[in-house]
Design a protein around this ligand. Structure first.
Ligand SMILES: [Fe+2]
Length: 154
């Protein structure tokens, strides 16, 4: 870990939050897949594609978070059972279109809060690599949230 020049304690704090984010993302990802598969009704074509886009983005993000933890020389949580234990995002049941988009937006709220906390912790140890990575995810998910919110407006 020395070649990165971080104190062990500070990196551990950041990684604890990164693992929290990883767990949240895994459940969020599965919620999207569930919605992608089981969406029904007149919004089928639109939401089927939209959920696919979101889970593909989540898949890349999950990999980047885990590999950032490894870059910091610590271990990403990797067991599904542990993700369920750690995640603040709950497994979601399929509902109508509006319910599902609302659920995804609530999931985003948890992810955004989680990311902001990481940015704060990472800045305490001048961990610019983590800040850069997470800030990119944050602005992407904020923008997506605006679009989903706009979709929900009547
Ligand atoms: Fe598919």
């Amino acid at each position: 870990m020395n070649y990165l020049g971080f104190s062990k304690e500070k990196v551990e704090n950041t990684v604890k939050q990164l693992n929290q984010l990883l767990a949240n993302y895994q459940i969020y990802y599965q919620n999207l897949r569930n919605f992608h598969w089981n969406v029904k009704g007149e919004d089928f074509f639109e939401l089927h594609v939209e959920f696919e886009g979101l889970y593909n983005e989540a898949k890349v993000t999950i990999d980047e978070i885990a590999e950032r933890i490894l870059t910091l020389r610590l271990k990403p949580v990797s067991l599904l059972s542990k993700y369920l234990e750690l995640s603040q995002i709950e497994e979601a049941n399929v509902g109508n279109s509006r319910d599902m988009v609302s659920t995804i937006l609530s999931n985003h709220k948890i992810l955004i809060t989680n990311m902001r906390a990481i940015l704060e912790t990472a800045s305490e140890s001048n961990d610019e690599g983590t800040i850069d990575l997470i800030a990119g995810f944050l602005s992407t998910i904020e923008k997506k949230s605006w679009m989903l919110d706009a979709w929900l407006q009547k």
